[in-house]
Ligand binder design. Structure first.
Ligand code: FAS
Ligand code: PHB
Length: 389
């Protein structure tokens, strides 16, 4: 088989890149390790920056998001028993759209199928080859046969644990990492959200987040220790804990119900540099991870795709390689600023075991300053809605 761009991974990065390229007349094949249902079964991000929402429109996959997504003009911070609303729209003129990553993935998969895009699911042992030269190729196993796909470029959209970054270890790859001493225990429940906007809570018992997927489906998180087991958290225990971390009037207003999904995710900050190795490009979680506190993970995948798509489109349309040559540097500049914001928001909102009384007071002073400073709120808001591409 042959294609112009072989894409490893059918998550948001791979699907969005594949659709933009297909619409620009560039042939792609997506190789996905899992089944379509498994990919759609993963519950992940929930907040889209305007840049991501606009790219879904550009890819012809934004109609349902515009219809069912919830535009949000702001969110609440709670700390020291206080509420403070960050008015994103008043401070930046922008807003975010609350729309689950599962739905983003579904819309992109539907669009790919409707436009005849090829995705090979359950492709095992996917490996990129010869990307240092002009004739890269990818191999994979399926139904007991090893297949080869020759291509011009390989897009490694295979997430944090995929083969693309592994394939460039020892080839000048440099990594930067911070692993946080806690995780997030999250649930999804078919109950109305406690508020029409998100609530980020700093509490002595730990961080909590009240989010949603729709006006009838809620998404909640509590900070938990890394050695916690999800099976030790009954629904009742979860609801009791999150209500203990909310201001009293908010806790009273929480509608509880049976969880339909419950899981614990570790938190890390991670960046791999550079994001290009010859004709192999690292995209999205394959290149970087942020703690979800700043809602940047999915949105960083979108800006990577923007830069790589623009470069590949120019390569095929104008035989210009300036865009692909600039990809890594351009992507990393935005990645590092989002890493900083996500790290700052995580440090400001979570309980750190080794913070001590001084560290606690620093958090309280940070939040007290933030609540009284338009300049500080504007800085938070412009990062949260997404810095320019
Ligand atoms: P993905 O990981 O989504 O997709 C990679 C794809 O590659 C997957 O389909 C995988 O099956 C496939 N793949 C992997 N190995 C392969 C192989 N060997 N061969 C072929 N295919 C392979 N972000 C937020 O903004 N907010 C959140 O609340 C949030 N919560 C998260 C919770 C969890 C548990 C995780 C893991 C991530 C969370 N994220 C969150 C970040 C997440 O949304 C990512 O940023 C987003 O999925 C990035 O998309 P991709 O780069 O496409 O990577
Ligand atoms: C979510 O709804 O899953 C969500 C929202 C905002 C975040 C993290 C997760 O910062």
């Amino acid at each position: 088989m042959r294609t112009q761009v072989a894409i490893i991974g059918s998550g948001p990065s791979g699907l969005l890149l594949g659709q933009l390229l297909a619409d620009a007349g560039v042939d792609t094949i997506i190789l996905e390790r899992a089944t379509k249902d498994y990919v759609l079964g993963r519950i992940r991000a929930g907040v889209l920056e305007e840049g991501m929402a606009d790219m879904l429109d550009e890819a012809g996959a934004g109609a349902r998001m515009r219809r069912e997504g919830l535009p949000h003009d702001g969110f609440d911070l709670t700390f020291s028993g206080r509420h403070h609303r960050i008015d994103l729209h008043a401070l930046t003129g922008k807003r975010v759209v609350v729309y689950g990553q599962t739905e983003v993935t579904r819309d992109l998969m539907d669009r790919r199928e409707a436009t005849g895009g090829v995705t090979i699911y359950e492709a095992q042992n996917v490996q990129p080859h010869d990307f240092d030269g002009a004739s890269p190729y990818v191999t994979y196993d399926k139904d007991g046969v090893t297949h080869r796909i020759d291509c011009d470029f390989i897009a490694g959209c295979d997430g944090f644990h995929g083969p693309s970054r592994k394939a460039v270890e020892g080839k000048g790859l440099q990594t930067f990492e911070r692993v946080y001493p806690f995780g997030w225990l999250g649930i999804v429940a078919e109950v109305p959200p406690v508020s029409h906007e998100l609530i980020y809570c700093n509490h002595p018992r730990g961080f909590a987040l009240c989010s949603m997927r729709s006006n009838t489906r809620s998404r909640y998180y509590v900070q938990c220790a890394l050695d916690e087991k999800v099976e030790e958290w009954s629904d009742d225990r979860f609801w009791d804990e999150i209500r203990r971390r909310l201001p009293a009037e908010t806790a009273e207003a929480v509608t509880t119900g049976p969880s339909i999904e419950k899981s614990i995710a570790p938190l890390r900050s991670f960046v791999a540099e550079p994001m290009r190795f010859g004709r192999l490009f690292l995209v999205g979680d394959a290149a970087h991870i942020v703690p979800p506190t700043g809602a940047k993970g999915l949105n960083l995948a979108a800006s990577d795709v923007r830069y790589l798509f623009d470069g590949l489109r120019d390569y095929y349309a104008d035989k210009s390689d300036s865009g692909i040559n600039a990809y890594s540097e351009r992507a990393l500049r935005r990645v590092w600023k989002a890493e900083r914001f996500s790290w700052w928001m995580t440090n400001t909102m979570h309980r750190f075991p080794d913070a001590g009384p001084f560290g606690q007071r620093m958090q309280e002073a940070e939040l007290d300053y933030l609540s009284g400073s338009i300049a500080a709120q504007t800085s938070l808001a412009e990062n949260y809605v997404g810095l320019p591409y």
